[in-house]
Design a protein. Structure first.
Length: 44
């Protein structure tokens, strides 16, 4: 049986992984936004 300490650590790591994935998604979106912004700026 997993003790409470280990279980808490596992949950904390899962939370970290989930938030890292969220940040990666946001970074990916920001990259496309920035690319569009630069392209429209260069077309002027």
């Amino acid at each position: 049986m997993i003790n409470e300490m280990t279980k808490d650590q596992i949950y904390k790591q899962l939370d970290n992984i989930a938030s890292t994935k969220e940040y990666l998604k946001l970074a990916e979106l920001a990259k496309f936004e920035l690319k569009d912004l630069i392209e429209s700026f260069l077309k002027r």
